[in-house]
Design a protein around this ligand. Structure first.
Ligand SMILES: Nc1ncnc2c1ncn2[C@@H]1O[C@H](COP(=O)(O)OP(=O)(O)OP(=O)(O)O)[C@@H](O)[C@H]1O
Ligand SMILES: [Mg+2]
Length: 249
């Protein structure tokens, strides 16, 4: 599914990612874990085209997506959420869902106006599933942090996709929202994605190890810009090298 080969990224003198390689198997839930500053978000940004790689390759299935524009990568079947929630404060929930649904028409505002009339029932049902409890007309500025995280997830899952990248989906939310997100992801695991004929494949960056153990079938540990070890959660999370990288023991 996703093949990341030897990617590297420098920010001036800082080596954020260095010779990082890994594979994500179709239908798997793969967790990418590691200490702060290990390079996890930078990897997701390179995979989704927000940052160019300095060297190395990113392949989704057979397609070489290295340094393609983010919209090209999104249309190739990659969907994602962000560690720092990225939404428009003054736009409504409905506006966000319509933007998320498809990005192949550049006449965005005209489309928003046109489609507003026909898709509200569908969006309302989708939002209900994702526990966004406010009306579609609510502006993002009036949503709690937890509701914004849930809206991000609802947006990422709306569009047909092959691979879902989630950067710290449960960080900073209440225990209740954390449980809701975990339940949603568990429900999605192993099921076909809307509009695509394959099981949901997820790559999730997360620090909460309980969450990782319950959800992931593969875990990869990054430290200092590269993947140090990977395997099943049971094996990886008790590996002495991982304990050292994470806990300094
Ligand atoms: N835009 C940037 N400019 C300069 N340095 C950056 C930039 N983005 C990331 N870095 C640096 O690159 C390294 C990796 O950062 P990254 O955000 O990928 O880590 P992370 O594993 O996601 O950490 P966290 O768990 O805290 O989110 C860090 O040293 C960080 O300070
Ligand atoms: Mg990060």
């Amino acid at each position: 599914m996703l093949h990341v080969e030897n990617i590297t990224k420098h920010f001036g003198g800082v080596v954020a990612v260095s010779g990082c390689s890994f594979h994500v198997k179709p239908g798997s839930v793969t967790a990418l874990v590691g200490p702060n500053g290990a390079g996890k978000t930078t990897v997701l940004d390179m995979v989704s085209g927000l940052l160019p790689v300095d060297s190395g390759q990113v392949l989704l299935g057979e397609r070489n997506l290295t340094n393609k524009q983010p919209y090209v990568i999104a249309n190739a079947g990659l969907s994602r959420t962000f560690q720092q929630v990225r939404l428009f404060r003054n736009l409504t929930i409905l506006d966000h869902l319509m933007m998320a649904k498809d990005n192949d028409d550049t006449r965005l505002l005209f489309n928003i106006w046109k489609r507003k009339k026909v898709e509200q029932d569908f969006f309302a049902a989708h939002l209900g599933r994702f526990k966004v409890t406010k009306p579609l007309s609510t502006v993002v500025a009036d949503l709690s942090y937890g509701q914004r995280k849930l809206l991000q997830l609802a947006m990422a899952t709306l569009k047909p996709h092959h691979l879902l990248l989630l950067d710290e989906p449960v960080a900073g939310v209440t225990a209740l929202v954390q449980e809701e997100i975990e339940t949603l992801l568990l429900e999605m695991r192993g099921k076909p994605t809307p509009g695509a004929d394959a099981e949901e494949t997820m790559l999730i960056v997360e620090h909460d190890m309980g969450f990782v153990r319950r959800l992931a079938d593969q875990v990869m540990v990054m430290d200092a810009g590269r993947v140090l070890v990977s395997g099943t959660p049971e094996v990886v999370l008790s590996d002495p090298r991982v304990l050292e990288a994470y806990l300094g023991v």
